[in-house]
Design a protein around this ligand. Sequence first.
Ligand code: PPE
Length: 309
Amino acid sequence: MGIATSLKTEKIWMDNQMVRWEEATVHVLTHSLHYGTGYFEGIRCYAMEDGRSAVFRLGEHLRRFFDSGRILGFPLPYTLEQMEQAVLEVIRANGLKECYIRPLAFLGLGEMGLYAPENPVHVIIAAWPWGAYLGEEGIRNGIRAKISSYTRHHVNVMMTKSKITGNYVNSVLAKNEVKEAGYDEAIMLDTEGYVAEASGENIFIVRQGRVKTTPHTSILPGITRDSVLTIARDRGYPVVEECFTRDELYIADEVFFTGTAAEVTPVREVDNRKVGPGCPGPVTYDLQQAFFNITKGKDKSYPDWLTTL
Ligand code: PPE
């Protein structure tokens, strides 16, 4: 299979310059390619009802990008303002109304070996159109999830608050395992056996009208998770951040995932057991609609969440 057609655009921002898509390449001895020492973000830009476009929670995503660099110990060689402008430039340069934006920082060529503190930190920002991450059908009618046999990172093994590229090998193993077994997405348990998150999404359950998600222990503190928690509270749902077990998933009325790529995706089956009646429930549907009404500028109650182009 070749390059996904949507991935090919005109320009990529690379080390403070806009370069042609074909020129945004690296040397095979790039440090991060060998040791997973990069970090990244995933951001979405939405086409709004009024014809403009808006980036969703750009400030929060960029803060987490800087935090990832701090945690890894290779900070970004730019300011937050520079990164913000660069993101907007990439969207404009590619003429995109709606897209997924991928900032990535990585250690370049210099020393080989694990200790390479002097290697340059390179930064790229790419953007491309990316539809429903778990499929159009999935976002509408729900997806089939399975608990992976791979455990989520322990907090002393990987820095889970950071989107370090190397962390994602764990996610890729889990995702491949369940996809090859015929499921859509992997749910991972933490080292204690509690539900942690999915391979690239946070997880929520609903039971008797109460909305529950896992606390900030071993998970990535998702920005969509935070948005949905805020929306749910504002809409009057009782909300808790609390550890829960695998069997609580089996008896939940509703289960859904949140993520920048996945947005709000209902889960209709876990480990071959139907969730509720096996279709998206009313709370999931309400929160999903509320989320899209905000990102598309129909609901103007959260103006700080949108950076218009
Ligand atoms: N957990 C993990 C492990 C994760 O990778 C993501 C984002 C989330 C939770 C949700 O975080 P947030 O996007 O801030 O709500 N996963 C990104 C990567 C997806 C990919 O396949 O690449 C994303 O959604 O952009």
